[in-house]
Design a protein around this ligand. Structure first.
Ligand code: NAP
Length: 251
């Protein structure tokens, strides 16, 4: 008999209308979780819910701009009203932009979404997890926090900030049976990577050569790791950052 690892669990995924977030939402649903699929555009989230329902799963499409604390509060409230609890939070929403040296015009926006959005979402969900004495938080960082990708200093800094936040919270929410970990994806085939490569004038071949595996990652590579970190199989792992990068940072 095949056993699903997340049966009866309830998850919230941010930035889940497309790309890595969508793959995470679908994987968690396949593993039996009920998933609040959230993003700036609710319409696209509804499309993801249709796919979840086709898999025989259950979910909820909700609008959530992670810079908006009121909306985060609403998502927590609505998810609890609908499904009774929140076991898993995946902070996936993120933005990237190119910055030349001397350009400080983009840092605030990137900081608001990539770092403050993660902190605010954690803060909104942790009290529920403390009450339940159970929770799994997975934050999506980036290998850009560990090695140089050119012309993305604010992005890299915010992704490094996520690692610090993850370790800080791990140290004192572990006692409430809450795990918090970060994943640092390498290059993953999504619209974000496509845009970035165009802006940097980089080819896919160059990116592939940077990895040990010789390929760009798939959103599912990240989703599978999220499912593991959201499950009880990883119960003794907390405060860690796991590079899922085809060996990019090892090479
Ligand atoms: P993506 O295709 O651009 O998806 C990101 C999603 O987040 C989009 O749907 C986007 O909506 C949404 N979003 C943006 N601002 C938001 C906000 N304020 N509130 C809620 N949602 C918001 O990117 P991806 O490649 O799947 O990336 C997902 C995560 O992985 C990001 O955190 C990214 O930094 C990280 N990552 C990606 C790669 C990669 O190679 N793809 C590598 C390392 C890390 P809009 O499209 O409307 O802006």
């Amino acid at each position: 008999m095949v056993e699903e690892s997340l049966t009866n669990k309830v998850a919230i995924v941010t930035g889940a209308r497309r790309g890595i977030g969508k793959a995470i939402a679908l994987k968690l649903a396949r593993e039996g979780a009920k998933v609040a699929v959230t993003d700036i555009s609710k319409e696209d989230c509804e499309e993801v819910i249709k796919e979840i329902e086709k898999l025989g799963g259950e979910g909820l499409a909700l609008k959530l701009d992670v810079t908006n604390e009121e909306e985060i509060g609403e998502v927590v409230k609505t998810t609890k009203e609908k499904f009774g609890r929140i076991d898993i939070l995946v902070n996936n929403a993120g933005i990237i932009d190119i910055e030349e040296i001397g350009d400080s015009s983009k840092i605030n926006k990137i900081l608001e979404v990539n770092l403050k959005g993660v902190l605010k979402s954690c803060n909104a969900v942790i009290p529920t997890m403390v009450e339940q004495k159970y929770g799994k938080i997975v934050n999506i960082s980036s290998i850009a926090a560990m090695v140089c990708w050119p012309k993305i200093p604010s992005y890299s800094a915010t992704k490094g900030g996520i690692i610090g936040l993850t370790k800080c919270y791990a140290g004192y929410i572990g006692q409430h049976n809450i795990n918090i970990n970060a994943i640092a994806p390498g290059p993953i085939e999504t619209e974000m990577l496509d845009d970035l490569l165009k802006k940097l004038g980089m080819t896919r071949e160059q990116v592939c050569q940077g990895t040990a595996k010789g390929r760009i990652g798939r959103p599912e590579d990240i989703a599978n790791t999220v499912a593991f970190l959201a499950s009880d199989e990883s119960d003794y792992i907390t405060g860690q950052v796991l590079a899922v990068d085809g060996g990019y940072t090892a090479k």
